[in-house]
Design a protein around this ligand. Structure first.
Ligand code: BES
Ligand code: MN
Ligand code: ZN
Length: 476
């Protein structure tokens, strides 16, 4: 889809369809000369958050989508719901283009409105049909115009630019997640990352298993040793800032998680193709940041491996030495995410980051605690946690902080090694985060567990890219 802006009032809308907010529908209708029809639609329906009513006119714009409640919208989550309804309604028609009448929504923040509008329409028209031999028809809708008043020109233009960048990142994140795991393996993630390289601005490096051995990444290597597909540590280095220290993002890239020797039960195992959701989200974030040319330095690291029960797979009770020197007793090979992430975290120290944020589909316990609505957020730094949670709120990509108090650390005591890789049955997301916290080594660090939010109904969602982009924008 193409996204653009136009400045003027509703009568200037030269598209087949238009979206207006219900609370100001009549003002727009007057300008379009369709007051009676709009009034009839308002009288015969009840407005509510996330609802849309269609009205049809004789002349352009012939399709009018009236969205939301009579009271208008408050939060960014409410606005996102109304915009999604608008996009769904218009994308369901034969309209090729759509105007959204920003003024009718009376947004507090024109920048965020334009950005969210772009995201909503991009999301609604996203398709993944690469593996169908007969391609379904693509949506006809291919252009969105944000119509606004001249004073908000700067904000709207920037909102559209950032919205398009985020949409591109989200497409990458979703595509990576939706590919089957026989295609999207660690080598595939590496080659997709390499496509982001740009002379002078973006460099991409891939560390192979030989080099991992030299670095002493015993934990990461223990996960891939059961698979015929070698692990890759992928590093995307974006230099958009001057001398300031970089933010490091680290993503869990388990391209398929069978559980390994502690093999998972069959029902739902297919969903473990999404176990690279963290990796996909950080790569998509890098893509969006590069596209938006944010003035920051960003290092994106992906720990990619496949967790298989091959003949060389690790066994419960194996002990490995991590790159940090700490030893780990592997008591469950299905707690593999923390094993790949801990070595990536130690590797990240060399960049002297001002913050290190890891994203992982780490625990089923996160899904039990928070579901798909909020990601689990853990941090050793209150300011970083607050900045991320706030960014998530504004970007409608929420996360909720859980504690990593010392009391929980006790669950990781091992009879033979420095720690074991699993706690008990209780507080599984927290003990997983406690494990990772031991590899932060004084760096401000946050961990985002997206086991629930990363995919929904067998489709990748792209989360938490929106929150990460907002956080990085806020730090710029
Ligand atoms: N990849 C899973 C976590 C997961 C579960 C992601 C559901 C997405 C949806 C992770 O590697 C895992 O298997 N975790 C175990 C840890 C346990 C063995 C301590 C879990 O949560 O059961
Ligand atoms: Mn697992
Ligand atoms: Zn996993």
């Amino acid at each position: 889809m193409k996204f653009s802006s136009k400045f003027g009032d509703v009568s200037a809308a030269n598209t087949q369809s238009i979206v207006i907010a219900r609370k100001n529908a009549q003002a727009a209708a007057k300008a379009l000369g369709i007051e009676d029809r709009v009034q009839a639609a308002l009288d015969s329906t009840k407005g509510s958050g996330g609802s849309a009513v269609s009205v049809f006119a004789d002349k352009k714009p012939t399709i009018v989508a009236i969205v939301g409640s009579d009271g208008g919208v408050g939060s960014s989550q409410a606005l996102a719901k109304d915009l999604a309804a608008a996009a769904r309604t218009v994308a369901g028609t034969t309209a090729r283009d759509v105007t959204i009448d920003m003024a009718s929504f009376e947004p507090d923040d024109a920048y965020l409105f334009a950005r969210q509008a772009v995201q909503a329409f991009a999301n609604e028209t996203y398709r993944f049909d690469e593996y169908r031999s007969k391609k379904p028809k693509a949506p006809t809708l291919s252009r969105l115009v944000v119509l606004a008043d001249a004073e908000s020109r700067g904000d709207v233009t920037r909102g559209i630019r950032h919205g398009s960048a985020i949409a591109e990142g989200l497409t990458l994140t979703k595509d990576l997640g939706n590919h089957p795991p026989n295609v999207c393996d660690p080598a595939f993630l590496a080659s997709e990352a390499k496509k982001m390289a740009e002379p002078g601005r973006v460099t991409v490096n891939v560390i192979e298993e030989k080099a991992m051995e030299k670095h002493g990444m015993g934990a990461l290597l223990s996960v891939s040793q059961g698979s015929a597909r070698p692990a890759k540590l992928i590093i995307v280095n974006y230099k958009g800032g001057k001398t300031q220290k970089p933010v490091v993002l680290i993503g869990k890239g388990i391209t398929f998680d069978t559980g390994g020797t502690n093999i998972k039960p069959s029902p739902g195992m297919d969903e473990m193709k999404f176990d690279m959701g963290g990796a996909a989200a950080v790569l998509g974030t890098a893509r969006a940041v590069i596209e938006a040319k944010l003035p920051i330095n960003l290092i994106t690291i992906v720990a990619a491996a496949e967790n298989m029960p091959g003949s060389r797979a690790s066994r419960p009770s194996d002990v490995v030495t991590t790159m940090s020197g700490q030893t780990v007793e592997i008591l469950n090979t299905d707690a593999e995410g923390r094993l790949v992430m801990c070595d990536a975290m130690t590797y990240a120290e060399r960049y002297k980051p001002r913050a290190m944020i890891d994203v992982a589909t780490l625990t089923g316990a996160q899904v039990v605690a928070l579901g798909a609505t909020a990601a689990g957020l853990f941090s050793n730094d209150d300011d970083l946690a607050a900045a991320l949670a706030g960014a998530g709120d504004r970007a409608n990509d929420r996360m909720w902080r859980l504690p990593i108090w010392d009391e929980y650390q006790d669950a990781l005591k091992s009879p033979v090694a420095d720690m074991k890789n699993v706690g008990g049955r209780e507080a599984g997301s927290i003990t997983a985060a406690c494990f990772l916290s031991r590899f932060a080594n004084g760096i401000p660090w946050a961990h985002i567990d997206v086991a629930g939010p990363a995919f929904r109904a067998k489709k990748a969602t792209g989360r938490p890219l929106g929150a990460l982009f907002q956080y990085l924008l806020d730090t710029a």
